[in-house]
Ligand binder design. Structure first.
Ligand code: DX5
Ligand code: ZN
Length: 217
């Protein structure tokens, strides 16, 4: 399994320390949540902060755009050195076009679905993306309760991807912890985002080790 800790729950006054902790930990990616106060009712951080994270991070950046018009930021995200650019289906009327733009810029394309958005919305681009991310909370805030319906949605998405021969990774974002994480992996998820489960733990790098061992459970 791939573990992508979300820096949204990091201590922004000690960001360098938290990035170093992730560098030395067993995590796979860094999940960066960009919010614009329009697509979601919260504002997080933007490029100036991400540029510093990118400078010190030693693993791939998994950037999650919770903004309107993500197509305006494709070039800048690529310049940052991001490995994956995740955009919301709900924010992209021309989803196929932005996927092409992301690929042309040299990144892997991820599409993200809100809890109320049907997996049928990605049926026609399932073979064009490297990753499909399901939100298991309503986007905008860390530390929310996992929406149980996601377990069934993961199973249905797994079937859809297998049926159409897509190799896309299934990533889950929101309310992931040891308990929900184990069930998500059993349902067919490949990658898990974890914000508060990691950064609110007494020992974040030990929590990462435990979450990483879930797939062997
Ligand atoms: C929520 C963000 C998440 C958030 C997850 O809108 O997209 O990545 O950081 O936080 P937890 O793991 O605390 O639910
Ligand atoms: Zn996220």
């Amino acid at each position: 399994m791939i573990l992508s800790p979300s820096l949204l729950s990091a201590d922004f006054a000690h960001l360098g320390r938290d990035v170093e902790m992730l560098n030395a930990s067993q995590c796979d990616w860094y999940h960066l949540d960009i919010m614009d106060g329009v697509f979601v009712p919260n504002i997080s951080f933007g490029f100036p902060v991400m540029e510093y994270i990118a400078k010190y991070a030693t693993k791939p950046l998994d950037v999650h755009f919770m903004t309107v018009h993500p197509e305006e930021y494709v070039e800048r995200t690529a310049k940052l050195g991001a490995a994956i650019m995740n955009v919301h289906v709900e924010a992209c009327p021309h989803l196929h076009r932005i996927i092409q733009q992301i690929h042309a810029a040299g990144m892997k394309a991820g599409v993200t679905l809100n809890p109320s958005t049907s997996i049928s919305t990605v049926e026609d681009i399932a073979c064009d993306v490297e990753l499909i991310m399901l939100m298991s909370v309503n986007p905008g805030f860390g530390g929310q309760k996992f929406i149980e319906h996601t377990i069934d949605k993961v199973k249905r998405l797994r079937r859809l991807l297998d049926e159409c021969g897509s190799k896309a990774i299934i990533e889950i974002d929101g309310g992931v912890n040891r308990e929900t994480g184990a069930r998500l992996l059993a349902a067919g998820a490949d990658a898990l985002v974890a914000g508060s489960a990691v950064f609110r733990a007494d020992d974040p790098s030990e929590e990462i080790r435990i979450l990483k061992s879930l797939d062997r459970a």
